[in-house]
Design a protein around this ligand. Structure first.
Ligand code: SAH
Length: 225
């Protein structure tokens, strides 16, 4: 079987996963509909095919993870995406979250610091479907000044602090959804940028993310010799 095939079994499991997310409190049907349209199993190793629709994070390569569906739904719901909005994502990883944003019609700019993971984006299987999704290799703490300002920003790794350069690249009235804190748990914050450059803060649930690290990483450093 082609691992990218989206079978009736996958579709059925996906629909059940959307019910699980509804039960856990996700109420934005546009977000659930977008996630229901995306075959999550195609974003992970075929070894996980049978469990791809459980509400769990899974390992991808380079010690990184594909976020738990609940977390993806939660962050996306907080972003309140409207069509054609410019959205910056930090932490491309498996490309699943970026695809959910693209499916919602956003213009997505996603950055990954791990060369290996960035290189995989060249084989992105839905490339022809989402012309509104662009990949960048770089340090998310720097953002993408050339493409700024952004309507929305989503950070999908644990930020040790609120990155000042990213805040600068946010439009006035726009918001950033960011899990902040070092350690095992992060507080999910939504920061709305005010006209005077300050921001207002809303606090949500705790989540657990892999760390947001500074600088770019080259895959060579991670290979065993
Ligand atoms: N959004 C991803 C989640 C991946 S996990 C998904 O849907 O699968 C977080 C990712 O953030 C990892 O791939 C990690 O390498 C990346 N990351 C960590 N710090 C970063 C930084 N400073 N800039 C860009 N990416 C970063």
């Amino acid at each position: 079987m082609n691992i990218n095939e989206d079978t009736y079994r996958h579709k059925g499991l996906r629909k059940k996963l959307m019910d699980v997310l509804r039960e856990k409190g996700i109420s934005d049907e546009a977000v659930l509909n977008a996630m229901n349209n995306i075959p999550r199993h195609s974003f992970m190793d075929s070894a996980f095919d049978n469990i791809a629709y459980e509400d769990r994070a899974f390992p991808i390569s380079d010690g990184q993870t594909i976020s738990q569906p609940y977390t993806v739904a939660y962050q996306t719901q907080l972003l309140q995406i409207k069509r054609n909005e410019k959205v910056l994502e930090i932490g491309t990883g498996s490309i699943y979250q970026a695809t959910v944003l693209a499916e919602l019609g956003a213009k997505v700019f996603t950055i990954e610091r791990q060369k290996n993971l960035f290189d995989k984006t060249k084989q992105y299987i839905f490339k022809s479907k989402y012309h509104n999704l662009k990949f960048f290799y770089g340090d998310g703490f720097e953002g993408l000044p050339t493409y700024a300002p952004f309507d929305k920003v989503i950070i999908t790794a644990a930020a040790p602090f609120i990155p000042p350069k990213i805040m600068q690249q946010l439009k006035s009235g726009g918001f950033m959804v960011i899990p902040v804190d070092e350690g095992l748990q992060q507080r999910m914050l939504r920061l709305t940028k005010n006209d005077d450059g300050t921001y207002s803060e809303e606090l949500f649930e705790n989540f657990s993310f892999v760390p947001m690290l500074t600088g770019k990483a080259n895959s060579i450093l991670h290979k065993k010799v």
